[in-house]
Design a protein around this ligand. Structure first.
Ligand code: BGC
Length: 811
């Protein structure tokens, strides 16, 4: 059960009950429906303020989807998990609570704790790991941190939202064992250890029941067995039926104002289809949340003393370097004094975060080029693009200065707003510029100037659906309707921009740009919204020429550092990946540079696994994930050796052909998880395949000797010595392997871990307590956990394949 009630909890419950008793059916039903994209209605009659939610997980976007409402951007969730440090995750949470408070946000829609089932999962970067235990502990740290700042969380997406293809409708078919031992496990750990105030139910269906109506998993498992007492919010537009959702334990249907709750719910009660007591239960859950975050009059919030203020940039930088995983180092790192050739489009235009609803807008971005320029002696660094990963137009290119002008049907200006980067996401009436209403609004024009940084043929285009006019330098290039490419309405938000204009421009010379949109309700979305963007692409140069330039730069340098990256089209929301290859000519680039300079270091800037076919031909490979706003500064810290890279792989990296579980495309609406409990390293080991880099792997700049392991009961003590030349931090990993092979169970699994620091020559001891659950399986006959007695080998080491010491225990 999730904690026992304190006096303060009891006092809040009393206020909640009193408030509930004063509400009529219509007000109750209204409270359970979003009033717009991000908020619930306030109810002044009971002293309840409007509850504000915002996306995370790496920052706090707030209620406006725009760069002029910036947020700190921490490294991607995969990076946070790569630190293997729940305490660091807690500190990340403290910062995010601080950001939430600054922006008036009461609930952060995070963390994402779905599992890395298939490397093709489009939102892989936004989840933590392929291992449920690591995921659960990082998630618990994160939730504790956010909530210690008095801000709620919604652990998401409950449950089995492990891929994006047909995510609204897919029926994931899972065995009860796989559900319990893998997919539910992180949620359970977080409920037990961090007592989250919220959960978000997923779009998908599990074993025939859509998750926003899954009475068994929500009411019986989550609330009943685990004792979850927070609120359950639907993923955005996931609630489909009034009666099904309320009976299935869904408290809040988002976004509003048109949802299955509100008036429809009140009517269902009046028609006798829903018991008012069921509505009361949901309202109670929402009021309890409101009391906890301090927006219900008379209730003392859970947090009355805020944690100390955190420096967001510093923390972002610390997490990034602690997350970088050095998977290969043939002596190239740390960099030796000398000339460095920095190569790659992402070295200059850093890709610091993944796409989709996880997007936030940092107020600054330190690219690898910025970071290394600041860290290396003047005159020792050169830069070459080498190869562009992006073959399409992108939103948010540098060089635009734009604003948005709103006009009525007669062409009169009725309002305006800033439009940084030319992207507008005004969702709901409250997002419109001051004084503007949907009734009056006829067109929105994004207008201003673009100053190119390179001369040549620039391309411009449009992301969005509807009627547009695009004018560049006084010439109208497009004046027509742009239709959706796919039927997922979220493509409007994140879809591929369509090229519509080309213009020959000169570097440094501004040109007028204008994109006008004729306002109409976007299809498939229930809420009024203005969502479109002006997109752009730099002049395209001959790729062979670019690679040749990079090779020349590499030849002239002592070390070549190549930054390769994925793009928003590869890792985002609403679609899965088609392959694991680096986009564009980046593999060719690395091969050519490595052939020219034996001291080639490759930095892999992706949120999730990519194939590295040249990995054995380069001197070092450093995975930097999506490293957040300070990524370039952290990269300089690590490359120069000011700090060691601290990360260990939270997920196996290998090629798509070797990956044992890849299926993300449903057939006839169904996606069977046929692999059962064998995902990630559990599956790689079962299949007897060797990945490129194993789960848990990661090098620092010192060496470690494993000296002893001792197991007393389920307490494991491990002594390690820093046998290298510099101080370091080791992640001691404990795997549990049944002594008798059992085809139904993995060969071994992660059962505990601990970080430890030591100076050169110094030894240190860690104690790892193995939870009882590590020795249990879910028994599908009795529908309960069952201890598997017998002998187990405790295997201690640096990764799942680099095991150094063993001990045996009997349970
Ligand atoms: C995503 C959620 C997100 C929500 C609000 C959904 O499409 O799946 O993770 O919190 O949108 O942006």
């Amino acid at each position: 059960m999730a904690g026992t009630r304190t006096h303060a909890d009891e006092a809040r419950e009393e206020v909640v009950e009193a408030a509930l008793a004063r509400l009529g059916l219509d007000a109750k039903a209204r409270l359970l429906a979003g009033q717009d994209m991000w908020t619930l209605p306030g109810l002044p009659e009971i002293g309840l303020k409007s509850l504000v939610m915002s996306d995370g997980p790496i920052g706090v976007r707030g209620v406006r989807w725009t760069a002029d409402d910036p947020s700190v951007a921490l490294p991607s969730p995969t990076a946070l998990a790569a630190t293997w440090d729940p305490e660091l995750a807690r500190r990340a949470g403290v910062l995010l609570a601080q950001e939430s408070r600054r922006k008036g946000v009461h609930v952060l829609l995070a963390p994402t704790v779905n599992l890395h089932r298939s490397p093709l999962g489009g939102r892989h970067f936004e989840a933590y790991s392929e291992d449920p235990y690591l995921t659960g502990l990082i998630g618990a740290g994160y939730v504790k941190g956010v909530q210690s700042g008095g801000v709620g969380t919604t652990v998401k997406h409950f449950v089995a939202n492990d891929a994006e293809t047909d995510r609204f409708t897919v029926n994931n078919l899972l065995s009860e064992r796989a559900l319990r031992e893998l997919y539910l496990a992180p949620f359970e750990t977080i409920v037990e250890n961090a007592h989250p105030w919220g959960i978000m139910t997923a779009y998908n269906t599990v074993n025939g029941t859509t998750m926003t109506e899954h009475r068994y998993l929500v009411n019986e498992v989550l609330r009943g067995e685990w004792g979850f007492d927070g609120f359950n919010v639907s993923d955005w537009t996931a609630a489909r039926s009034t009666v099904g959702a309320i009976e299935g334990g869904l408290d809040v249907a988002m976004p509003g104002p048109d949802t299955v709750y509100g008036a429809a719910l009140a009517a269902a009660v009046r028609d006798g289809k829903v018991d008012e007591a069921t509505v009361d239960t949901a309202v109670r859950n929402v009021l309890r949340l409101a009391a906890r975050v301090g927006i219900l009059e008379g209730a003392e919030p859970v947090v009355t003393e805020l944690p100390e203020t955190v420096d967001g940039s510093e923390l972002a930088r610390e997490i990034a370097r602690r997350a970088f995983v050095l998977v290969r180092n043939e002596g190239a790192l740390p960099l030796k004094p000398g000339r460095v050739a920095l190569i790659g489009a992402a070295a200059r235009d850093a890709r610091v975060l993944g796409g989709g609803s996880a997007t936030v807008f940092p107020s600054r971005i330190v690219s690898p080029l910025d970071g290394l320029t600041a860290a290396l002696p003047e005159g020792t660094l050169t830069y070459a693009v080498g190869a562009a990963p992006d073959t399409e137009l992108s939103v948010f290119d540098p060089g635009f200065e734009l604003c948005a002008i709103c006009r009525d049907a007669d062409g009169n200006v009725i309002g305006s707003d800033s439009a940084p980067g030319g992207q507008l996401k005004w969702m709901g009436p409250s997002a419109l510029p001051e004084g503007v209403t949907y009734e009056q609004l006829h067109t929105v024009e994004v207008t201003g100037t673009f100053t190119p940084r390179e001369s040549g043929l620039h391309a411009f285009g449009i992301q969005g659906i509807g009627t547009f006019t695009l004018t560049i330098g006084g010439t109208t290039h497009f004046d027509d309707v742009q239709n959706p490419a796919k039927d997922d309405p979220f493509i409007t938000f994140f879809g591929e921009p369509t090229p519509r204009a080309q213009a020959e421009l000169t570097a440094g010379e501004p040109v007028d740009v204008s994109l006008t949109y004729v306002v109409e309700p976007p299809e498939g979305l229930t809420m009024r919204a203005i969502i479109f963007a002006l997109a752009h692409q730099e002049p395209q140069r001959d790729p062979d020429e670019l690679i040749a330039e990079a090779v020349a730069a590499a030849r002239d340098a002592d070390t070549a550092v190549v930054v390769v990256a994925t793009t928003e089209r590869v890792e985002s929301e609403g679609f899965d990946r088609a392959d694991l290859r680096l986009p564009g000519r980046q593999d060719d680039l690395v091969r050519a540079v490595a052939a020219a300079n034996p001291n080639t270091v490759v930095v892999v800037n992706s949120g999730s696994p990519v194939e590295l076919p040249w990995r054995d031909d380069v001197a070092a490979v450093l995975l930097s994930w999506f490293p957040g706003q300070e990524g370039g500064a952290a990269l300089a810290d690590v490359l120069t050796g000011a700090h060691e890279p601290g990360g260990r792989l939270p997920t196996t990296w290998g090629s798509l052909t070797d990956a044992p579980v890849t299926q993300v495309v449903p057939s006839d609406g169904e996606l069977p998880y046929t692999e059962g409990v064998f995902i990630g390293y559990r599956a790689w080991e079962k299949e007897g395949r060797s990945p490129s880099y194993a789960f848990g792997h990661g090098l620092g700049y010192t060496d470690w000797t494993y000296e002893s392991v001792e197991a007393t009961g389920t307490t494991v003590r491990v002594r390690v010595r820093n046998s290298g030349q510099r101080p370091g931090r080791e992640v001691v990993q404990v795997y549990l392997a049944p002594s008798e092979p059992d085809a139904e169970r993995p060969a071994r699994w992660l059962a505990g871990f601990a970080g430890v620091e030591a100076a050169p020559g110094e030894s240190a001891e860690v104690t790892v307590e193995l939870p009882r659950r590590m020795f249990e399986i879910w028994d599908e006959m009795t529908m309960s956990w069952s201890l598997v007695k017998g002998s187990y080998e405790i295997q201690v080491g640096r990764s799942i394949t680099d095991r150094r010491l063993t001990a045996t225990i009997n349970v």
